[in-house]
Design a protein around this ligand. Structure first.
Ligand code: CA
Length: 222
């Protein structure tokens, strides 16, 4: 579970979107699907994804505009553009505007999966920069840049806890799971509550939500 990669799929063709979701999930990816550029921006600015799969031709805000706006806001998640516009000039435009890869439609599903794996391999080194609602965690330096401009330095354990929560959009974590994955040397589940308390003190009370009777997750600001 903890190695599951998260993909944001942006595709206005609902049938294609659900086909992609089904295939990607069967390959072990966690998938979030949205059908328009507005939602794509919201998701991309709020949550961490390991890779973006972006249709170019979207209503209102097209895929390249979505990508440009995400890049302007500091989102470096690798992006693969899918598009019916696939002559060399179209590909060049896509790559110049921030995409890491570009695949013409119709596409071969095995090629798409191979390109996603390749993107993930190439970008593994940057995987410790994680966006979450309200800020950006740079895990290597244990610093959080909050959207309001404040920069907060975390302890290593706070860093590991936030990294774990932020990598799994919307997932609720039990104390037991967090002990197993973050606080492996602790034998008391109270340590989770303690570090959640520390995170709230540093980042704001609302950053971690208590899900009564279950555990914790990061809060979505909408
Ligand atoms: Ca489309």
């Amino acid at each position: 579970m903890s190695n599951e990669r998260c993909v944001l799929v942006v595709e206005d063709d609902v049938r294609l979107a659900s086909m992609l979701q089904e295939i990607l999930e069967s390959e072990g990816y966690a998938v979030v699907v949205v059908h328009d550029g507005q939602r794509a921006l919201h998701e991309g600015l709020s949550w961490h994804f390991d890779v973006l799969l972006l249709d170019r031709g979207l209503p209102a805000i097209d895929g390249l505009d979505v990508l440009g706006r995400l890049r302007d806001r500091g989102v470096t998640t690798p992006a693969l553009i899918l598009s019916a516009l696939s002559n060399p000039a179209d590909r060049v435009e896509g790559l110049d505007r921030g995409a890491e890869d570009y695949l013409g439609k119709p596409f071969d599903i095995d090629e798409l999966l191979a390109r996603l794996r390749s993107l993930l391999r190439r970008h593994a080194a940057t995987a410790d920069t994680v966006r979450f609602p309200g800020g950006l965690l740079e895990s290597a330096s244990r610093t959080v840049a909050l959207d309001g401009g404040r920069v907060v330095v975390l302890s290593e354990r706070e860093n590991q806890l936030l990294l774990h929560l932020a990598r799994r959009p919307r997932q609720v974590f039990t104390r037991e799971v967090l002990i197993d994955s973050v606080f492996t040397d602790a034998d008391d589940e109270g340590v989770v509550d303690t570090y959640v308390h520390y995170l709230r003190k540093k980042l704001g009370r609302s950053c971690v939500l208590t899900v009564r009777g279950v555990g914790y997750r990061l809060r979505e600001i909408s």
